[in-house]
Write a protein that binds this ligand. Sequence first.
Ligand code: GAR
Length: 215
Amino acid sequence: MTRIVVLISGRGSNMQAIVDAGIAGADVVAVISNRGDAAGLVFARERGIDTRIVDHKQFADRAAFDTALAATIDTFSPDLVVLAGFMRVLTDPFVLRYQGRLLNIHPSLLPAFSGLDTHRRAIEAGVRVHGATVHLVTPRLDAGPIVAQAVVPVLPGDDPAALAARVLREEHRLYPQVVRWFVEGRVAVDERGGVRVRGEGRSEQTMCVPQVDAG
Ligand code: GAR
């Protein structure tokens, strides 16, 4: 059984999608939040999943917080740590401790739009496609090896909320899929640092999404 600890900061809808996917061979053993009011904690408790709160405001600096967070995570002996809307920048020692078994989802097609406020920035940049990326976490923020991405069109009239909702629907398909691959032992990092998913079929389809005039 692959033991999974999920870290959240808020709504936790990606965590819910992973739990609801009922991935064979996977057990979400704990959900940990840096905020006591994270809505996702309610869902986890209802599902009988262990929850913990490690409040970053109780610690003097990032290093102290990350040390306490890692200590809490390690009580669950996870094989995989999943960042699902966990809105804290992590220190290098934390990231290195879980390297190779630490996944994150980011709401953009990385390396475009790392950081915050991705949907507004994508609209302002005039990109035609946007989406989400699941990557292995390395010390450089939002820059670890990409496992998979989901693409959505940016449509005329989109505001950040509409675009975020379209991306989020894809996040809920993408993240459970990547976790499933990981659990099945199919995610491998090659010699150049890129991720290969063993046994996944290739697609050479081209996507073309112009901004068309309604009239
Ligand atoms: C998701 O859109 C996720 O991609 C994003 O926060 C949201 C969390 O939603 N993550 C980041 O911005 C990380 N930098 P959720 O709590 O409902 O899963």
